[in-house]
Design a protein around this ligand. Structure first.
Ligand SMILES: [Zn+2]
Length: 576
């Protein structure tokens, strides 16, 4: 990286002539120099009218020029920083359209199990973490995969074997199941005699009725509600670490899939503090979560917060509901019975369809945008029905209803996304074709439904608005891992050799659009950010490799060299 502080102000008059049609306010430029000039790059703008450029100029928090390198000199002043990109690729700052920011932040202090593919590997990681953290009152972790355990679910004995003196709780990678040791079950009061909570299952030994240690959906709260939460200062420091990590992946915006009313009371002050202190280096849109039981109060809270926070850094105004669970735990709502075990029937929707429709109509009346988690094909159908009921009840408007995940889908439902203006919000790494996907997900879904698993390409063909995200901490927030999976449908080890249902992969350009301008559309901000265009907010990222020309495998090693958010350099690779 080269930095040049330009002092030849005398050249300005001459070079102003080189101004291009993409520049705005040349005379203005002469009076107030730019803050940052990037030249000699390969700038992918995400704008159809001018997809490529060499240079971009930033003043304050806005982009003021996009065009040839020869056109930048009118903007240079004594304090302007100029960076010669040396042909590097620049793209708009990534926008992760589905993330769980505080869960991700808290996960930074827990044992990460996502790469462990066997019981022994999982236990080894927990044993080492326990030894390295002798003073924590609980041993916490997340990321275990169903496929790592015989039968698809862990049992308490496997956890007791490595942590017996302290309570231990490990969240499944998808957040929909949990695994407790005997101490944690005792603290939570979970015994043979305890009834299952609403929308939850305490998994029991079929012979004895004893809890096995595995918990599904709302039953996880029986344990998680007993885990001491780090204090405000500790959580704030974790939030700052999380923001830095996201910036290091080139992420400058996230759309947080939400908080319960209760969680918001403790987490919102952290976001407000970060904003006040100028340390909110990732733009944050956050949803309020609703359930069938509390949707009226959740809608009221989302509306109240929208009136307080609605700027380009911190925004509310969205509400999220979970239509169903997940396929691995047989809790996703399916149109036909589960393929591996018909006794699970059609899964476990969390809402009565009529009440779901009523909640959406009410949220829409309040002017809120609605996200619906829906993973089973019946769940997706219910979510589409609910968005449709909203249009019927409240008439047409630009409401941009969303469905999150869409892991399976009925063929009849592809066109409904475009027809109803519903956004498909999907996470490429959820399709990571590892043994968990094949041995558990595909086994449960069965081959027919699996053939349409994570149907990105089919949704593009049906002209659905498709947006990408990570669901961090469910999987890594590393956008480059997501991009690689989106275009190859292979694991990072390169399996299967031809990709899993490779016809459902997308092009690199489309994948980038889904992580940038399309994701920005999903929060109604496409006129403000999401592409590199004069007048837009200055959010962009310089990458180590040219994603358009390198071999797909190389994308896994791609790094952000520089991330700019709101005109500020928020991340710089130390080695560049
Ligand atoms: Zn999520």
């Amino acid at each position: 990286m080269k930095k040049t502080f330009i002092v030849e102000m005398v050249l300005l008059g001459l070079l102003a002539i080189a101004a291009t049609p993409f520049m705005r306010g040349t005379s203005d430029a002469l009076e107030i120099p730019a803050d940052l000039i990037l030249t000699s790059g390969r700038i992918w703008t995400a704008e159809a009218a001018q997809p490529w450029a060499e240079a971009v100029v930033i003043r304050g928090n806005r982009i003021i020029y996009v065009g040839p390198s020869t056109g930048v000199l009118p903007f240079q002043g004594q304090k302007t920083e100029r960076i010669d990109l040396g042909g590097r690729l620049v793209v708009p700052g990534f926008n992760d359209a589905h993330i769980h920011l505080m869960a991700g932040a808290l996960s930074l202090e827990q044992v990460d199990l996502i790469e462990a593919q066997s019981v022994e590997a999982v236990q080894g990681l927990i044993r080492d973490f326990t030894a390295a953290n002798p003073n924590s009152s609980w041993v916490l972790g997340r990321g275990w995969l169903y496929g790592s355990f015989p039968g698809g679910l862990p049992v308490k004995e496997q956890l007791d074997a490595v942590v017996s003196e302290r309570p231990a709780y490990m969240e499944c990678y998808d957040g929909h199941s949990g695994w407790a040791n005997s101490k944690a079950l005792t603290i939570a009061g979970i015994t043979k005699d305890m009834q299952d909570p609403v929308n939850g299952v305490i998994v029991r030994d079929p012979a004895t009725g004893e809890p096995t240690g595995a918990l599904k959906e709302e039953a996880t709260a029986l344990v998680t509600s007993k885990i001491p939460v780090p204090d405000d200062e500790a959580r704030y420091q974790l939030l700052l670490r999380a923001l830095h990590l996201l910036n290091s992946f080139g992420i400058t915006s996230v759309q947080d899939a939400g908080y319960s009313n209760r969680d918001l009371k403790s987490e919102l002050p952290l976001f407000e503090r970060a904003k006040r202190e100028g340390r909110l280096t990732v733009r944050l849109t956050a949803a309020v979560q609703m359930t069938q039981q509390d949707f009226a109060s959740a809608i009221a809270e989302a509306k109240r917060l929208r009136d307080i926070h609605h700027d380009a850094l911190l925004r509310f105004g969205t509400i999220k509901g979970f239509v169903d669970g997940v396929i691995e735990a047989h809790t996703a709502a399916m149109l036909e019975p589960y393929a591996d075990d018909a006794s699970f029937g059609l899964g476990m929707p969390n809402w009565e369809p009529a009440i779901l429709n009523e909640a959406l109509v009410a949220a829409d009346k309040a002017g809120l945008q609605v996200y619906l988690h829906a993973i089973g094909d019946r769940g997706v159908c219910m979510a589409l029905d609910a968005h449709e009921a909203t249009i019927k009840a409240n008439g047409s408007r630009d409401r941009r209803g969303r469905i999150e995940h869409i892991e399976t889908i009925s063929v009849a439902d592809y066109p409904r996304f475009k027809d109803r203006g519903v956004i498909a919000s999907m996470q490429p790494l959820h399709a990571n074709p590892d043994q968990n996907t094949f041995n558990v997900w595909a086994r449960n879904a069965g081959p027919e439904r699996a053939s349409r698993g994570f149907s990105w390409r089919n949704l593009e063909t049906a002209e659905a608005r498709l947006v990408f995200g990570s669901d961090w901490p469910v999987v890594t927030a590393n956008v480059f891992r997501g991009l690689y999976c989106a275009i190859t449908r292979k694991t990072k080890e390169g399996t299967p050799a031809d990709g899993w249902n490779p016809e459902l992969a997308v092009s690199i350009e489309n994948a980038l659009r889904h992580y940038t301008i399309d994701a920005t559309y999903a929060s109604f901000e496409e006129n403000e950010k999401g592409s590199i265009m004069v007048g837009k907010l200055a959010d962009l990222v310089v990458l180590s490799d040219d994603l358009f020309s390198v071999a797909p495998k190389k994308i896994l090693q791609t790094r952000a060299l520089l991330a700019v958010m709101d005109g500020r350099v928020v991340y710089r690779d130390a080695k560049w």
